[in-house]
Design a protein around this ligand. Structure first.
Ligand code: FAD
Length: 424
């Protein structure tokens, strides 16, 4: 049996590779032989956190295409027009739609590319095949399939982080699965939740649990003194602009570290000011009423958690005094964020052809291609997992449209070079 050979194989079909599918179509029409493998059974963008009322952290103009091609038929505005809500959205006067609406937009775009995607298909390894192709091993149900490709684009997202030694369990959750796990409570009325963390997901979880369970106490535990606002002011936002990637990429290592440190409060452990105000409003109103369900355990650290069939017991230390208290709760939710995945974990044997950077990850070029041996012609590209080389926007949506355009151009440039080489 001959193994199919593709021009492009994408691993993962979240927003990054969805935007790539659009860019490929707009660059090549239907002439490109591409396929995307997605392990979820259908398209889904962080479904476990699709909390009603939660809004986007970027302008709708940073959709999958506008910054690359504002005339694309796949803009957020084109979506609104087709859904018959363009006028209503304009009257709404917001740049930040709800995540539910943005998810619907992403699904709407994804529906046009169903023919290119194999859902329920997890890529488990990649093997070198010959000088210009790699073999991609895909698990579908209990079966393994393989295909060959001249270009591989890895966009597998981030890994959820839990504190050292913590395992997810019946009552120990990461926000990644919040809504799915809550659905599993099936009519039970929990008495108390603990939410660990001080970032956007933590604050959203606290707000959601407090609203959804009107008799439950919600304890927010974090080491900061208070929630800190996300800096989305105009000059700070320029770190997410396309030229910032050029600046970051060429900067010396110490300047890169400095820029990342300066920009942290645009994205990490920070919360939208409106949400901070809303949580404070609730906490204050409860103080007035004398029944405090929303408890902010600030300047505090979780020392340990024990889980048993009836609940969890958490040891919480108030850092200024060192005093330790035990909190009993029905569920503890870790809003402890995500970290980049090392692409070598997926690349398996193909990693042998990739150059290794000082941190143990691959060397990544400006066009998002992993630097490979001179004789190895297969293009292996990364979307995400490039914060160290391309800056803070790497795992966010801001650069997605432009980045996918750059990857498509790089593939086109290299294919032309391969063709020229073959002719001469
Ligand atoms: C709750 C939440 C809200 C966010 N909101 C924003 C926001 O408002 N603005 C912003 O800029 N960023 C936001 N982010 C950041 C987020 O990383 C990006 O929005 C976006 O998801 C990045 O897209 P992606 O396609 O690179 O990764 P993902 O969306 O994570 O998609 C990766 C896909 O790859 C699939 N996959 C993984 N491994 C394999 C494999 N081996 N084989 C096959 N498939 C695989 C996964 O199932 C997944 O569908 C948010 C993140 C979270 C968690």
């Amino acid at each position: 049996m001959t193994i199919p050979v593709h021009d492009v194989v994408g691993i993962g079909f979240g927003p990054s590779n969805l935007a790539l599918a659009v860019a490929l179509e707009e660059e090549y029409g239907s002439g490109v032989n591409a396929v995307f493998f997605e392990k979820q059974p259908e398209f889904g963008w962080h479904r476990g956190m699709l909390i009603e009322g939660a809004t986007m952290q970027v302008s709708f103009l940073k959709d999958l295409v506008t910054m690359r091609n504002p005339a694309s038929p796949y803009t957020f505005l084109a979506y609104l027009q087709e859904r018959g809500r363009l006028v209503d959205f304009i009257n709404h006067k917001t740049m930040y739609p709800s995540r539910l609406e943005f998810h619907d937009y992403l699904e709407w775009v994804a529906a046009s590319f169903t023919g290119l995607v194999r859902y329920g298909s997890e890529v488990v390894s990649v093997r070198p095949h010959d000088a210009d192709t790699v073999e991609v091993v895909v698990k579908q149900g209990d079966e393994l399939h393989t295909c060959l490709t001249r270009n591989l684009v890895i966009a597998t997202g981030l890994d959820p982080v839990l504190p050292e030694g913590v395992q997810q369990g019946e009552r120990v959750w990461h926000t990644e699965h919040l809504l799915h796990r809550l659905a599993g409570l099936e009519g039970r009325e929990p008495g108390r939740f603990i939410v660990v963390g001080a970032g956007q997901s933590a604050a959203e979880s606290v707000e959601h649990l407090h609203t959804r369970f009107p008799t439950a106490e919600v304890c927010a535990v974090f080491s900061r003194y208070g929630y800190s606002p996300a800096d989305d002011s105009a000059f700070a936002n320029r770190i997410f602009d396309p030229p910032a990637v050029d600046h970051f990429f060429t900067a010396p290592a110490e300047v890169k570290s400095m820029l990342l440190a300066y920009s942290r409060n645009t994205n990490y452990s920070v919360v939208d000011l409106d949400l901070i105000d809303e949580l404070y409003r609730r906490a204050y109103a409860e103080k007035v009423q004398g029944v405090e369900r929303l408890r902010i355990l600030n300047a505090s650290r979780l020392l340990g958690v024990r889980e048993d069939p009836n609940g969890v017991q958490a040891e919480v230390q108030f850092l200024p005094t060192g005093e330790v208290s035990t909190l009993e709760a029905d569920v503890i939710v870790y809003a402890t964020g995500y970290r980049e995945r090392n692409p070598f974990d997926l690349l398996g044997e193909a990693a042998a052809h990739c150059q290794v950077g000082p941190g143990g990850g691959p060397v990544v070029e400006r066009d998002y291609r992993i630097a490979t041996d001179a004789g190895f012609g297969c293009g292996i590209y990364l979307q995400g997992a490039t914060q160290g080389t391309h800056g803070i926007a790497s795992s966010l949506l801001s650069m997605t449209a432009v980045r996918t355009g750059e990857i498509v151009q790089s593939i086109a440039r290299r294919s032309a070079r391969v063709l020229e080489g073959a002719q001469s």
